[in-house]
Design a protein around this ligand. Structure first.
Ligand code: PEP
Length: 251
């Protein structure tokens, strides 16, 4: 049975003072929790703080972006090896905000994914359709294209030590969650598409749902057979809410 993962995406939020309170609360709240994995993906400047606060606890930490190359003259960028220096476990790649605001293509996202994996990080590959794409009936085509870019570049083996997050763009930060049936249908589609290449990798893959997950809808989403936890934006900034979502993932 796949173990559930609940990962927070803080986006560009936080201060040293606010983070200290939040990280302490998440670490302490998870200290007795079993049967669920928990992580927070924080802005780059706060990786050292996350490392200092969470080392030795059950809560892992990670980043929200990474450069596709190992080093060089790329002002402002951060490499996967740098993230490993701060003992990150995870890095989010291909979040819809990065695809939309910074023009990240599925090919570039695949390069970032592989760079992260080669450095020993677990990449969290985000994919999902816009409202217009859903209403046009092309959700599966869009998600398949985002997934296939990785499989073409890295082979299906790349999904062996990885996490995928289905995040319908229309549900991110909007308060509009996909129904558990809508989410399950896309998760099952993703798993089947991977199973066509390698059924063992597909069966073991952790597929998160993201998009306005809250304490009051997490349990229903997490009860679906192909939903293996959540990628949590806004609610990951509120300790009690985030911990309640983590608890919803406990088996
Ligand atoms: C996200 O940013 O990945 C996300 C799912 O955000 P929210 O939970 O706020 O919709």
């Amino acid at each position: 049975m796949r173990r559930k993962l609940v990962a927070g995406n803080w986006k560009m939020h936080g201060t040293l003072a606010q983070n200290a309170v939040l990280l302490d609360a998440v670490r302490d709240g998870m200290s007795q929790a079993t049967g669920v994995d928990c992580a927070v993906c924080v802005p780059f400047p706060y990786l050292a703080q996350a490392q200092q606060k969470l080392s030795g606890s059950s809560v892992k930490w990670g980043a929200q972006n990474v450069h596709q190359l190992g080093k060089g003259a790329y002002t402002g960028e951060v490499s996967a090896a740098m993230l490993r220096d701060f003992e990150c476990s995870y890095v989010i790649v291909g979040h819809s905000e990065r695809r939309a605001c910074y023009g990240e293509s599925s090919h570039l996202v695949a390069e970032k994914f592989l760079a992260a994996q080669q450095a020993g990080l677990t990449p969290v590959l985000c994919m999902g359709e816009t409202l217009q794409q859903r209403e046009s009936g092309i959700t599966e085509t869009v998600v398949a294209g985002q997934l296939d870019a990785l499989i073409q570049l890295g082979g299906v083996q790349a999904l062996r030590n990885a996490v995928v997050a289905y995040e319908p763009v229309w549900a991110i930060g909007t308060g509009k969650t996909a129904t558990s049936e809508q989410a399950q249908a896309v998760h099952a589609f993703i798993r089947q598409r991977i199973a066509a290449e390698d059924s063992q990798i597909a069966a073991a893959l952790c597929i998160l749902y993201g998009g306005s997950v809250k304490a009051n809808n997490a349990a229903e989403l997490f009860a679906m057979p192909d939903i293996d936890g959540g990628l949590i934006g806004g609610a990951s900034l509120v300790a009690d809410e985030f911990l309640a979502i983590c608890r919803a993932g406990q088996v």
